[in-house]
Structures are given as C-alpha cells and as structure tokens.
Design a protein around this ligand. Structure first.
Ligand code: SF4
Ligand code: SF4
Ligand code: FES
Length: 211
C-alpha cells in the first residue's frame, strides 16, 4: 500500500497508483462505472467530465477524468449529463446554398451574438480549444475557420455549463461543422466505400439486437 496515493472521488476515499488516470483509479477502487464513461479512456466522448481541485490549491478546474492523472490529496467530482434549458433547433436540410447562413445562424443561435468575451468557455475546455474565438467566427460567418476551431471538440458540454449567456458553444461549433460538411465536396474514399456497400460488393454484418 505504501506506493499508493490517496485522493477523494465523489466523496469516496480512493487509493491508487500514481500512474493511474482518475477513471482507472475509480474503477480499480471497485466503483461500478455506470455513468460518466463512454469511450473507456480514449478521450473522445467527453462523458468523463469532472471538476478537480488539487491539494493546496484554491482553484477548481475542469478536466476529462480519463486523461487526467491522479495526485495525492486531489478532490474530484464528476459532472452528470444535463439537458440545458435552451435548446437550439435547426434542420440542416433546410439550409440553402449558403448565401443566407448569417441569417440562419442568427435565427437558430440568436444568443451567440451576446457573447461577453468572458473567456469562461476557454477556461472550461479540457481540450484547450479557443472556444470563445470559435463562437466569434461563427457569428461573423467564417464557418470554415470555426469548423477547424471545434474540430477536436468532444462535446463534453463544459463550455455550455460555463457560459453565462446560454450560448452552448459546442453546439454552435457542431452547427458550423455541419454547415461546412453540407456544402463541401465529399471525401472520395468514403464515397467509394458507400458505393461498395450499396452495391453489395462489400458486406456489412450487424449484430442481432438483444431482445
Ligand atoms: S468546446 Fe466545449 S464541449 Fe467541446 S471539448 Fe471544449 S468544453 Fe468540451
Ligand atoms: S463563456 Fe459564453 S459569454 Fe463567455 S466567452 Fe464563452 S461563449 Fe462568450
Ligand atoms: S471516457 Fe470518453 S473522454 Fe473520457
């Protein structure tokens, strides 16, 4: 036990080896991972969002538990999935040839223009994305740049949680990525593969759904 460190996760004292991620420490402590886990440590699903306070520090930061190593005295609280009060609806099929995208954006995401540049979303983002900048890019109509800004977004929702203007930056980023994809030439490898599947040349086997 001497080489184990002690930390607190969701109010439980946990002992873990120093090379563990928070998720690994929690699992090895015998906790059933029934929430806040999706991609099992790949860092791509955003489910393991949590708040972390390190020993001796006053600040609480946000993190992905599967990408964050444990430290002695660390306090961790997972953040449950939540449905925001304000949900933006749009139908990408109704988006026209692109000349009205500024209007489409203002209609679907009117609150985006109220960004107060507080930087809360940047500080909350565990992927280190320039979220505030991405919001401004969408509002200005630079969808290509915004799609790149949000390219590594894992939809953890921490920026949405942080935003005092209910902007939901990650969904604005997804909107930009969808807009770009809807008006961009398709990847040729994907087109070929889809044609192989449609023609039966390539078989795709699905598992029977459990009843
Ligand atoms: S942009 Fe928002 S949802 Fe995407 S990774 Fe950063 S904090 Fe998470
Ligand atoms: S948290 Fe909201 S208001 Fe603040 S900079 Fe980010 S998008 Fe703008
Ligand atoms: S479990 Fe998917 S990002 Fe951590």
């Amino acid at each position: 036990m001497s080489d184990l460190i002690t930390l607190t996760i969701d109010g439980h004292e946990v002992h873990a080896s120093a090379d563990s991620s928070i998720i690994q420490a929690y699992a090895r402590a015998g906790s059933a991972l029934t929430a806040n886990i999706g991609c099992m440590g790949q860092g791509v699903c955003g489910s393991c969002r949590c708040m972390v306070r390190k020993e001796g520090e006053r600040d609480v930061t946000t993190a992905l538990a599967c990408e964050t190593k444990v430290e002695a005295g660390m306090q961790v609280s997972f953040i449950d999935y939540f449905i925001p009060e304000h949900i933006q609806y749009y139908d990408i099929k109704e988006i026209g040839d692109g000349w009205n995208w500024l209007d489409d954006t203002a209609k679907s995401f009117p609150e985006a223009q109220n960004c107060r540049h507080c930087g809360g979303c940047n500080r909350a983002c565990p992927k280190g994305l320039e979220v505030e900048n991405g919001v401004a890019q969408v509002v200005m109509g630079d969808f290509g740049a915004a799609a790149d800004t949000f390219d590594q977004c894992v939809m953890c929702n921490l920026c949405t949680l942080a935003c005092p203007e209910h902007i939901r930056p990650n969904h604005l980023g997804l909107f930009a990525r969808r807009m770009k994809a809807a008006r961009t030439l398709r990847p040729v490898d994907l087109m070929r593969r889809l044609r192989e599947i449609d023609s039966g040349k390539m078989r795709v086997e699905y598992e029977e759904e459990a009843v």
